[in-house]
Design a protein around this ligand. Structure first.
Ligand code: PEP
Ligand code: MG
Length: 541
């Protein structure tokens, strides 16, 4: 080998993607979806029967995996996720899939892995082209099934339990069984990962998406660095890069251990202002992490994420099955349950084509609203608060209250609050505050709306822009005048630079990603409220 070749083979190789969840990780690749190279030539006729047997057995084994996972989820009261995972298992029984595999092996001489991949891809593409959007979404389930079958053929488990996950995309089954040893994820595609990315962020797992098919050439067990802050995957990482990532990981682990050790201490500024630190969550895993890190409850329970593939509005039983295990994981702490915030990038198949978002959509589906309110109210007014998304007018708050009084039927209703995350909500803040028990400021949408930036693409959300700060200030003043508490639940509540400004403006509660609860509590203890108020006052001019 020439020296140049050997130098090239040991040099770092950097793959560029899109940042989906921050943080860095160093570890071994856990390839969920290996790049299957097409067979060079057809396999001998005499071996085809044997290959077909292997392909069928692998598909069955993959289906059994999914059924086992679904049963496990059900046993842990996670029925809604179990239903989704089970649909993937049912795909294995589809006769057209079996027929395609048989034809590919017996007639075209494909090997078992190639036949499974090609048949699943063909089936998935056909599903994607169907006019029924719900069936079209099942395409991802078929690919996930094929991926697991190939893992069986190659003697890998195909389970997302440890290391840096490498996959084309992550389906609901993969997310549901993320093991404690998972360090992060690198995905070839970027489109369908919104749910995965939010869960990754909340669990503190770095994630890079949109890396392209090249990432699927990474070998199982290969050493990698994943940089979720810069959107990179580094193959054959240099020693100094690994050292930096390891040092950062150790610092994070140390900070978390410290936060856990101090979780019983109140989050009070040096000059004595108490701040309630709550967690944003959408899953049981996040609720558990929040409690571990000392959260006083959940300040934003995103209820729509589990239903992004839904074929219809969820009914009361589905809401209850989602809520109960999360409330159980909170061990008596309260949760602020946000009503379904469908629309925008969170539009399920049955609402495709709609331009509305949040409460506006819900008010046009009174039965759906009643079902969700009934499920929340049944938990008990002492354990939950109801949060209304994308409020723009006081009439919307009144309409939700009317619907709530109907379903609560005499029992005491949970407190009701409005998300302040639209221009109109800020303009109508005083009237809205008089009808609410609390406010929750959604700095993500608010910043995007006020500054006209694309929330999905923006690298930074400039909450420090005086227009944004002034709107938050307006909302806080309206809340104070009405005597109600204010929560801040957007990313600005946990960002090192903006969190002190939110405290300075008078936030009573901060609701932050579960993985950051301990860190934010620690940061609050280092603040001086008077100084925060002066800093933000100067920025407001
Ligand atoms: C927000 O907009 O700031 C917010 C917390 O809501 P979501 O991110 O769920 O839209
Ligand atoms: Mg929002």
């Amino acid at each position: 080998m020439r020296p140049a070749d050997s130098a090239q083979s040991t040099a770092e190789h950097i793959l560029h993607g899109v940042r989906a969840a921050p943080g860095t990780a160093w570890g071994r690749a856990a390839v969920l979806q290996q790049h299957v190279r097409p067979d060079a030539r057809p396999i001998a006729v005499g071996r085809r029967e044997h290959e077909l047997g292997r392909a069928r057995a692998a598909l069955e084994a993959a289906a059994t995996d999914l059924e086992r996972l679904a049963a496990d989820l059900r046993a842990h009261d996670r029925s809604a996720e179990a239903d989704i995972v089970e649909t993937g298992a049912l795909m294995a029984e589809d006769p057209s899939l079996a027929a395609a595999i048989t034809a590919l092996v017996m007639s075209s001489g494909r090997g078992a892995s190639t036949a499974v991949v090609e048949a699943c891809e063909e089936f998935a593409s056909r599903l994607e082209q169907l006019p029924d959007p719900t069936l079209a979404l099942r395409a991802e389930d078929v690919r996930s099934l094929g991926r697991r079958a190939v893992a069986h053929l190659e003697g890998r488990s195909g389970r997302a339990t440890e290391g840096i996950l490498i996959a084309e995309s992550l389906g609901p089954a993969d997310i549901a069984e993320l093991g404690a040893g998972v360090l992060g994820a690198a995905l070839a595609r970027g489109g369908v990962t919104a749910h995965a990315a939010i869960v990754a962020r909340s669990l503190g797992l770095p994630m890079v998406v949109g890396l392209g098919p090249e990432v699927l050439e990474v070998r199982d067990g290969e050493e990698l660095v994943l940089d979720g802050d810069r959107g990179l995957v580094v193959r054959r990482p240099a020693g100094d890069r690994v050292d930096a990532v390891r040092a950062a990981a150790e610092a994070r682990a140390g900070a978390r251990a410290l936060a856990v050790a101090r979780r019983a201490q109140p989050a009070t500024t040096r000059d004595g202002r108490g701040v309630t630190v709550l967690a944003n969550a959408a899953s049981v895993a996040e609720a558990r992490e929040a409690v571990e890190q000392g959260a006083e409850g959940v300040g934003l329970l995103r209820t729509e994420l589990l239903f992004l593939d839904a074929a219809a509005w969820p009914v009361m039983a589905q809401h209850s099955r989602f809520l109960e295990p999360i409330l159980a994981a909170l061990e008596g702490r309260p949760a602020t349950v946000r009503l379904l915030d469908f629309g925008g990038d969170k539009t399920p198949p049955f609402l495709r084509g709609t331009h509305d978002r949040g409460v506006e959509l819900l008010l046009r589906a009174p039965q759906a609203l009643a079902d969700q309110l009934a499920a929340i109210a049944a938990i008990g007014a002492h354990r939950v608060r109801i949060l209304i998304p994308m409020v723009s007018s006081v009439e919307q708050v009144r309409a939700v209250r009317t619907a709530l009084s109907r379903v609560a039927a005499g029992a005491s209703s949970p407190p009701v609050g409005a998300m302040i995350e639209t221009r109109e909500a800020v303009a109508n803040a005083q009237a809205i505050a008089r009808e609410c028990d609390f406010f929750s400021i959604g700095t993500n949408d608010l910043t995007q709306q006020l500054l006209n930036i694309d929330r999905e693409r923006a690298i930074a959300a400039p909450v420090t822009d005086p227009r944004v700060l002034a709107s938050i200030d307006t909302a806080m003043r309206a809340a104070r005048a009405a005597g109600i508490p204010v929560d801040v639940c957007g990313e600005a509540a946990s960002d090192h630079d903006t969190m002190p400004l939110m405290v300075g403006l008078g936030a009573d509660e901060l609701s932050v990603a579960a993985a950051r609860v301990g860190e934010v509590r620690e940061l609050v203890r280092g603040l001086d409220f008077g100084e925060c108020a002066r800093t933000v006052g100067a920025l407001l001019g």
